[in-house]
Each structure stands twice: as structure tokens, then as C-alpha cells.
Design a protein around this ligand. Structure first.
Ligand code: NAP
Length: 286
């Protein structure tokens, strides 16, 4: 059996350290506050937003919920973001995606103050990641790097293959692994002979959104396998992009779904909120 990479345990450790930091900040009269905007009532978004709210509460972060109707206009949404940008009591702003089709998500993300962009999706923060400068990093890839660090999985000189090229997971993940001195390959829906590519990976990261797509045939013996996928299988059970049972015979270490990458995403969001607050409150808190 491969080593199980326990994202739940690592995320709990990170959150308890953050909680202690937040208590210290509170004792100095400074609160940490995250504003969350949800447009419409997409059930998956409601679950994600609920989990974020719960995590804030357990750490002592103030969460300001803005649940807006599906019919809201782009201008109204931009005006809310402008107000939150100006609000000194708000440290982080998160707009739950996807937004309805009549709203231009790119414009909305660009409107968020880059110093409050705790999701790390603002083009300026993406640019900082790309050029190796300090900024906010997308939470899921950042959480995966924390997992690798926690389990002493060396990235230097390793062949890393990432399946999926989304702006939220695949691309920032590739940049982080590059920063970690891996040799990085990204595959996508137009990749020819996927197996030939994924079998080169010492570290394989699956983020395509297809239930149990990657079986043992895609994996090199001894590879570290990170499963980002969050899907429902034929029995409506939560599962990843990796066929856990099939890949377990090949991998040296693997993240489960649930309990792997998912909890780390929330922990890194909380980390980014604390980072945003420290930046806003200045040197005394850094
Ligand atoms: P996305 O925006 O839909 O991107 C999917 C990517 O996978 C695209 O680049 C697509 O290629 C590629 N792809 C799709 N089918 C493929 C196939 N058959 N073979 C090869 N590549 C294929 O998805 P995402 O937002 O990155 O999310 C990916 C998965 O991670 C989803 O299951 C999502 O729920 C999950 N997720 C989990 C967390 C977490 O916290 N655990 C966070 C975010 C996302 P093209 O670019 O060519 O279309």
C-alpha cells in the first residue's frame, strides 16, 4: 500500500497555527475579516461557501456573507466590490465562481483590490507568481505544495506531470512546481498519447474533473499521486480523477478523495486571509 497523504491532518495543523495567530491579532484589537460574495444559488457553490464560512468561524475570522440574486447586474456587483475594496475592516474578498453567464468573471476578478485577492486569481497576483514575486497564490495549488513539504517529498529535478490546464489549478500548479525546480509537463484534452506522458511522472497531479479517469496504467511505479478531482461516481459517492484502488498498486504515496487536497484548499484560503490582514495592518503584525 502507498503512503496515504493525509490532507485533513495537515490542514488541521495549519488551521490551529493560524488560530493562534488570529487570537494574538485580536488581542491587539485587530480582526481578520473575509467578505464572501455568492451570486445565485448553485448548490455546489452553496456547499463551498458554507464550508468557507464554517472554517472562518472555527478560526475566529469574521465572514461577511453577500448572497446576491442571479439577476444582479455587472455594474451592481462591481459597485459592491468597490465598496469592499475601500472598507478598511475587510481584509479579504472572495467571489465564488462560476458567475452567471451575463457577468464577465474576468472583469469582476480584476476589480478586486490585489491586496485583498485571497483567491489569488487577480491577473496581477498571477503575474507575481509567474515572475517569482510575493503575492497571493491560488489556494488549491498552494495547498498541494504544503502537502508535499509536509511529507518531505522533494520536488527538485523531478519529472512532474500535471493533467489539466485551468487558471485555478493546472497553470498555477505548474508555476509552483517549476519554482520547486521540477521539470514540468502539462497535459490537457488535446494531448496525444496521455499515458505515455503521465507515465514519465515522478509526481503526478490530476486535475481534469473526470471521475476515476486515471487508472494504474497511467502511473509510473513509485510515483507520488496527487488527486485534485472532486467528482461524483456512478453511486453518487465523492471521488477524484484518480482510480484510487487501481493506482494504489503503483504509487508510493497518494492523496485520498475526500480528505486529501480539498481540506488543504480551505486551509490555504484561511492562510491567505491572515496574510492579507497582516499586510493591511502593517509591520507590527508581520
Ligand atoms: P476545469 O476548469 O474544467 O479544467 C479541466 C482541465 O482538464 C482542462 O484543462 C481540460 O482540458 C482538461 N481535461 C478535461 N478532460 C480531459 C481529458 N479527458 N483528458 C485530458 N485532459 C482533460 O477544471 P478545474 O477547475 O481545474 O478542476 C478540475 C477538478 O478539480 C474538478 O474535479 C474540480 O472539482 C476539482 N477541484 C478541486 C479542488 C479542491 O479543492 N479539491 C479545487 C478546484 C478544483 P482543455 O483545457 O483542453 O479543455
Amino acid at each position: 500500500m502507498p503512503e496515504l497523504i493525509d490532507g485533513k491532518a495537515v490542514s488541521e495543523k495549519i488551521k490551529s497555527e493560524l488560530k493562534a495567530e488570529i487570537e494574538l491579532m485580536n488581542a491587539k484589537g485587530k480582526k481578520v475579516c473575509l467578505a464572501v460574495i455568492q451570486v445565485g444559488e448553485d448548490p455546489a457553490s452553496t456547499v463551498y461557501v458554507g464550508n468557507k464560512e464554517k472554517a472562518c468561524k472555527s478560526l475566529g475570522i469574521v465572514s461577511l456573507m453577500h448572497k446576491l440574486p442571479e439577476t444582479i447586474t455587472q455594474e451592481e456587483l462591481l459597485s459592491l466590490i468597490e465598496n469592499l475594496n475601500k472598507d478598511l475592516t475587510v481584509n479579504g474578498i472572495l467571489v465564488q465562481l462560476p458567475l452567471p453567464a451575463h457577468i464577465d468573471s474576468g472583469e469582476i476578478i480584476k476589480a478586486i483590490d490585489v491586496n485583498k485577492d485571497v483567491d489569488g486569481f487577480h491577473p496581477e497576483n498571477v503575474g507575481y507568481l509567474c515572475t517569482g514575486k510575493e503575492g497571493f497564490v491560488s489556494c488549491t495549488p498552494a495547498g498541494i505544495m504544503e502537502l508535499l513539504k509536509h511529507y518531505n517529498i522533494d520536488t527538485v529535478g523531478k519529472e512532474c506531470v500535471i493533467a489539466g490546464r485551468s487558471n485555478i489549478v493546472g497553470k498555477p500548479m505548474a508555476l509552483l512546481m517549476l519554482k520547486g525546480n521540477s521539470t514540468v509537463t502539462i497535459t490537457h484534452s488535446k494531448t496525444k498519447d496521455m499515458k505515455e506522458v503521465t507515465k514519465r511522472a515522478d509526481i503526478f497531479i490530476a486535475a481534469i474533473g473526470k471521475p476515476k479517469f486515471f487508472t494504474g496504467e497511467y502511473i509510473k511505479d513509485g510515483a507520488v499521486v496527487i488527486d485534485v478531482g472532486m467528482n461524483r461516481d456512478e453511486n453518487n459517492k465523492l471521488c477524484g480523477d484518480v482510480d484510487f484502488n487501481s493506482v494504489s498498486g503503483k504509487a508510493s504515496a497518494i492523496t485520498p478523495v475526500p480528505g486529501g487536497v480539498g481540506p488543504m484548499t480551505i486551509a490555504m484560503l484561511m492562510y491567505n486571509c491572515v496574510k492579507a490582514a497582516k499586510r493591511q495592518y502593517g509591520a507590527a503584525f508581520e
